[in-house]
Write a protein that binds this ligand. Sequence first.
Ligand SMILES: Nc1nc2c(ncn2[C@@H]2O[C@H](COP(=O)(O)OP(=O)(O)OP(=O)(O)O)[C@@H](O)[C@H]2O)c(=O)[nH]1
Ligand SMILES: [Mg+2]
Length: 630
Amino acid sequence: MRDEKIHFHPSGPLIALVGNPNCGKTALFNRLTGSFQKVANYAGVTVERKEGRLITSLHIALRILDLPGTYSLYPRSLDERVTCDVLAGRAQGERRPDLAVCVVDATNLRRSLRLVLAVQRQGLPCIVALNMSDEARLRGIHIDEQALSVELGIPVVSTVATAVGGESALRKMLDDPAILQLKAGPAAVNDTADPGGQQTHTDHERVQAILRKLKLDHLVPDLKTERLDRFLLHPVFGPVALVVLLFMIFQAMFSWAQVPMDFIKDMSDHLAVLVADLLPDNWMRSLIVDGVIKGAGSVVVFLPQILILFAFILILEESGYLPRAAYLLDRLMGSVGLSGRSFIPLLSSFACAIPGIIATRTIPNQRDRWVTMLIAPLMTCSARLPVYALLISAFIPQTKIWGLFELQGLIIFILYFAGILGAMGVAWVLKRFTASGRQIRPLMMELPPYRLPVVRNILIGLWQRTQLFMSRVGGVIMVLTLALWFLASFPSAPAGAAGSPIEYSIAGMIGHALAVVLAPIGFNWQIAIALVPGLAAREVAISSLGTVYALSTTTEVAQSLGPLIAQQWSLPTALSLLAWYVFAPQCLSTIATIRRESGSWQLPLLVLVYLFALAYLASFITFRVATALL
Ligand SMILES: Nc1nc2c(ncn2[C@@H]2O[C@H](COP(=O)(O)OP(=O)(O)OP(=O)(O)O)[C@@H](O)[C@H]2O)c(=O)[nH]1
Ligand SMILES: [Mg+2]
């Protein structure tokens, strides 16, 4: 997945949204600027600064900056440093903000106000947006805005970033040009050199005094969340619930997706027949039918499964369950030398390793961050799904076990599990090699309240996924598939040649050469051809197989890829290819991202080498064992 571009508007007053993690800065940013940045119910979603524009009623263009959340101005991780640098005017290519909007979680004033005091000491003009005021009201927390404003000496407004118009009070305040003339308090000298010292103590005292004045110094428990956690974080029921939940997701991916998948397949088959009838029988027809329609169709068919997986991931993200899963798995992760901090980056990697690798910026410990980057590509990203689904539906019968579980869903669960197990194994080996890996680092992670997912956010998330997927199909997948079609079609077979023409083409020759190396793991030359473009993006292997088989079969009848490979491959070959896909580094963008995030070539090269070695080994064992047993 590509990272969203930063829109850059060079002129206009600069306003920064600052606050603790998960207080609703991005939700507020999206409302103010009409953007669609990622919002989710856990700390550490935003890891980079993002810019948007707000036009006031007087037609002044304000530049709004969304920043990563931070607990203090003493940064401990890379994402927190981004925020601290922006506030201090040290960020590269960015001037100091003209105004800081301190976004405050109204249900947790005690912690939020400490950051407000620290921002004020930076010598920046500030205002406070009391966000989540709806939740505060529901929990019986009544905050007197006026009194808080007097205590802090800066303007205070209430907002509800999740409600339409919930940002209007803040918008109105920003509409007033006078807000940009606000005077800042005096900047403290050398404030950032005082982690945990005298200043922190003074701030704590001051926050206590303010809360006492506002009659908010008693803790208001979140009963609903506590009740749910008693079950979901229970030492026995908790892990059981987690496994059941994950298992159900994979079951749903297979049973719900069938109808829309059949529909897409029918449509693309019809289109292929229609276009084939319309065009004269020449290379152009082959390019359009075999290259474009069959190539793209064979990948698009997996969109429903990808969307079902994402719907579940988005719901889990919005509900606040994810950090709980991290908590449940913390002990397990500790046993392989990782902290629960690595959980969310690794979990994001199930969508795509790239945002997962970027999310490692929230991990303060450098060693843990590198290990997480090393193993992130082993998490089964959504691009593997088409490959898994194709092979599984071709080779695994659609039966139920004990009349309950779909066998196909069970196999995909096992494949995901194999990736996780591989990652844990690698982390465990790395723990042996590094002394700091053997230290126990306690998990300090906030558990947010449970929230009902906002349907609109889920729909936007799914729409963005669809766009991304289709642009991949139309972009990199199409280009590589067409390139493969050319390589697989030329030079054409000599007159009177036996065998299919593709065997005489450049791709055929490359495939035959590679097949020598790949024969011990059960791959034939057709698979060898498809793996090469599949190195750039995994799904391309599917469209490439589609093209290769469309060009190598002599039958006129359009046959879909699944039944075709079921006829031509043995079951051990299919299983070996599945094992290959669990481990092999089949994505150039991931390698490029590891290079960028680690700042060196060492880590990406290590990833390439160890993943290839692991994939070859896994496929070899799978193929040999399956051949012996089946
Ligand atoms: N009820 C309620 N929920 C809110 C409000 N504002 C945000 N949320 C929810 O709070 C969660 C966090 O929102 P984000 O906008 O991602 O928070 P953030 O401050 O950007 O978080 P980081 O990027 O991790 O620092 C999401 O689940 C939002 O839907 C609000 O005013 N009321
Ligand atoms: Mg955010």
